[in-house]
Design a protein. Sequence first.
Length: 234
Amino acid sequence: MHDNSATSVADPGVRSKSDDVVPSAATRPGRLPVMTPAEWRRRLLHILPGFLPLLLWYIPHHDPLSWDCRLWLALIIGSIGVGTALKYQQIARRGETMNAACILGYAVPVFLLLMLMPAHAELGLTVLAVLAIGDGSATLGGMILQGPRLPWNRDKSWSGLLCFLVLGSVWSSLIYWGEIRPVVPFSVAFVCAGTATLVAGICESLDSRINDNVRVGVAASVVVVAMHWLMVGF
């Protein structure tokens, strides 16, 4: 599920500091990497889990989440993680080996929030939305839209960052608003989830050797919990 905001410039034959090198054969002179079949599979695997929270809207469940519900969620998260590890070569970029941090950074923050804060499932699901849709769309935006690089990280683009912030904030706010009980105004949901997306997007865009899933997951978790406490309370 690893995807480092697809805003990176491929360096032929060399892995970038953020492990998001795309094969040089898939690049064009003077442009960011373009999508390959493996990269499309990678994007789908990264983004599709972001739609799982919609299932809870139509499946009756207790608030707080029952142990049965938490067990099912844990099995789903674990199955996706194990499946990704076993089939990683089908989504790997050239010369890339599996990095456990890219899978754990995606799954662990969501898992911990759902297990430790079952009365506030909206928090874990919001982090999942930020990781899946925000981070995932950043990659698509950077590779497809191209555009100028970020001044603080020349390996990433404005188009990728803006896709992260716009799509990530809208989807995470919708997920937060749809799950929280009692219901709050959408404006409150947008402040909580949108702020988490903003901070996570900035953290993702930094020039860092820490895997981007770890940065995004941790940042989104800390901020959405803090904003929920400030805006709604526990």
